[in-house]
Design a protein around this ligand. Sequence first.
Ligand code: IMP
Ligand code: MG
Length: 178
Amino acid sequence: MKEITINDKKFAVSIPESYILGEVKKLAERISHDLEGKNPLFLGVLNGSFMFAADLFRDITIPAQISFVKLASYEGMASTGVIKEVMGLSESVAGRCIVIVEDIIDSGRTMQRLLENLGTREPSEIHICTLLLKPDNLKVDLNVEYVALQIPNEFIVGYGLDYDGWGRNTRDIYTVVE
Ligand code: IMP
Ligand code: MG
């Protein structure tokens, strides 16, 4: 089994590239079918989604646009916890059919914040698309319509996802092994 080491942790291949790409293509076909005539604007969430977004978008067969946003986290003034600000959204979202493209939904809190923010910009509809979902860890009520792969509650890297900024540049997805 292929293994890699990143900092202090060992990882082994858990989802091979061929399987990922097959599921991504199926998802793109579903989205293309469901959103036909809606000229959707895909919004990739950086950094983690860049590889998934590129593969997904190549398999979208209807007229569509893509742009990317970055979520900046900073500590609130009071004890309000971490607030995420949406950076880089230059396109007008008003009246558009939006497809948010994420790498992974874990607790769902990041996605919840993004939905709240985009909601104020008056899109006609918002759809959630994620490469990976950890269903056992979801803490908030989200309608996650488009999921390529469901995974157990374990830490993974590769195919765009990182451990401390490293490990994004693999074609397969790896799971931490102790
Ligand atoms: P959430 O807000 O708890 O849903 O967390 C989502 C974010 O946590 C993702 O965008 C990732 O940056 C990070 N994350 C969660 N699980 C993993 C993982 O297994 N590997 C790498 N990043 C993860
Ligand atoms: Mg992310």
